[in-house]
Design a binder for this molecule. Sequence first.
Ligand SMILES: Cc1cc2nc3c(=O)[nH]c(=O)nc-3n(C[C@H](O)[C@H](O)[C@H](O)COP(=O)(O)O)c2cc1C
Length: 217
Amino acid sequence: MTSQQNLSCDELLTTTRCVRRGLDLERAVDPELVKECLRIALQAPNGNNRQNWRWLLLTDPRIRADVAEVYRAAFHARNAAALKRLDELPEGTRSAITGARLLADRLHRVPVLVIPCLELPDGRLPQGNQAGVWGSLLPAAWSYALAARSRGLVTAWTAVHLDREREVADLLGLPPTVRQGALLPTAYPLRTTFRPGPRLPLAEVLHHDGWQDSDRT
Ligand SMILES: Cc1cc2nc3c(=O)[nH]c(=O)nc-3n(C[C@H](O)[C@H](O)[C@H](O)COP(=O)(O)O)c2cc1C
């Protein structure tokens, strides 16, 4: 089942990208391989080891098409203004948004969609800081993405459908106690090598021993 890519740990961590353009939409993905990745994801940390994560694995073409339709509507509602003035955007932003539009347009053709969810006792998210809640799901979701990559698959981290979370929940029959954290389209890639992405240098984002650290003055 496992088709390991033999990436070093650092390569895996630095080159696992959000792949939107280079998805092989013709190649089927075995759901058992996805489950193998999800079993690995279940080793992630989570609050009090309660494991109130829930995972939706969508492979049925009709269900994927329904979810993709909601995703597309959410994407276009959110990005309408930016899509109208693409020419004015900096190259990096323009490329990201046109890639995101392409993914939105073709989402129904991506063979596997994974939606990591949390089951909350009363379905309500806290008013204040939600890091403790989402911290019990998102590390596992990223572990899923890494496990998938190390098996030759790629994913794209997406969340724009959360603007219409209830519509997706209704399509999938989720009870109100279940909240969605992301949507990870999963497919084989058209190419297998990826590079580290553009990121700010550490010095620009690191505060050593307090916010006003001496390194930044
Ligand atoms: C919380 C979160 C939400 C995101 N939502 C979307 C999305 O809805 N659609 C999309 O195409 N990409 C989405 N992305 C992907 C980011 O745009 C992407 O990670 C970023 O452009 C950097 O690309 P890289 O991860 O390949 O370096 C999301 C990423 C994160 C972490």
